[in-house]
Ligand binder design. Sequence first.
Ligand code: NAP
Length: 490
Amino acid sequence: METSTSITTNERAAIDSVPKGLFIGGQWRPTAATLPVEDPSTGEVLCEVADATPAEALPALDAAAAAQADWARTAPRERSEILTRAYDLMIAEKERLALIMTLEMGKPLAEARGEVGYAAEFLRWFAEEAVRIDGGYMTAPAGGSKFLVSKQPVGVSLMITPWNFPLAMGTRKIGPAIAAGCTSLIKPAAQTPLSTMAFAELLTRAGLPDGVVNVVTTSSSDEVMTPLILDERSRKLSFTGSTGVGKHLLELCAKTVMRTSMELGGNAPFLVFADADLDAAVDGAMLAKMRNIGQACTAANRILVQREVAAEFAERLTTRMRELPMGRGTEDGVVVGPLIDQRAVQKVTDLVADATSRGATVHLGGQAHEGKGHFYPATVLTDVSPDAEMGSTEIFGPVAAITPFDSEEEAIALANDTPYGLVSYAYTRDLARGFRVGEGLEAGMVGLNLGVVSNPAAPFGGIKESGLGREGGFLGIDEFLETKYIGIAI
Ligand code: NAP
């Protein structure tokens, strides 16, 4: 693996193009302290961005609250057109945004371009939804009155996003909030703030009025966000991140009975039945496992393969995984970029050690890369015990963990034996089995002979400890709307 160490002129220009302050009421404000943003492929500091204290962050909520009433009154068509312009700008600037994302997060450029496209599609989708907010009018069953049902913006919305999809997790929240008439304050992950900052700058050029979207970056998430969540002007929290942090935030939100959307962790089972098209199943597993270097809530965490085809599947998957070049995400052809930090590398190392100590066999990889950057190579393990720690923990790395099963009942039981319920995948050629398994899997989303379920037009979200609410699709805008019923005597 060859990894160039110093940042190029083009890369420097992309980083320099991003404003680095807090985005409050349409202005970029400096803070007393700054926080470093690192390139995970080298560990080098790319730049410093604003590091807000609670006092420096509070004006962002003031700005969102001040802008809320006017923004709620804007014509849906106007909100829609701002989103359409933002979509156009994002597509036009795909290369710059992708490079910024790769530099701060590590994913290969091809994937970063894919994420920019995916992120932009939320803007287009919600531009279309902004003008379709509807209601109802009906006669009371006993007569004598009418029911008028309408939708109103929920109000000032707080948003917290993770580092693994630094742009799309933001547009998936800000898109529907803008469409619904809500103002917002977004806090991106401290490790990847630049994509959100670049997006906010782009929204200004798209004509978004001051104060409608505000961005706070900080290395003190808890201290900064807690008072904002407890502030009575905040009416909604939309969070994407780990289940542990999500539970803590839910407790805080209970204090003001705040509306919440929670997109939390996953532990996706990937089922391959003996009757499956094995080539398609391997293609699907490559996508479900390797997208984002395995650092996705939708990543295939447990690959369950019917015993008759388990060896064949493992061999084909190993062949494909062996071909994946590892390196800095900006280098041509790289598929396996760095993990986000050294803690992530250590976590994967420990999970692999635990699995092998319980009898798993290593077919490929299995050892962290030594040297610069946070690299862990593509790894394939077979005969992973369901009791291994990686069976109950998000691996968040490029490790395919294969466990054999014998019957359909056993596969479903193993798949559902987790507190998580975000997504499950199943590969079979038997239509009836496909439906049966699809119904039986405890998950908010199922990929049936499909390795990627994310789509802006589909309702993304989990059940059990994977979350509450749905983002995208027809339901996505409802997360930012309240239903109001007016009873009318006639
Ligand atoms: P995380 O540690 O939960 O952090 C997510 C966000 O929450 C970050 O912005 C983080 O800020 C912030 N945060 C952490 N503690 C906080 C607190 N006490 N108060 C307020 N904010 C707080 O998760 P992560 O490691 O960044 O992301 C990976 C996790 O996200 C995985 O579990 C993955 O499955 C999940 N995820 C879920 C989805 C989905 O749609 N279901 C999508 C993507 C990722 P700092 O980083 O600045 O501390």
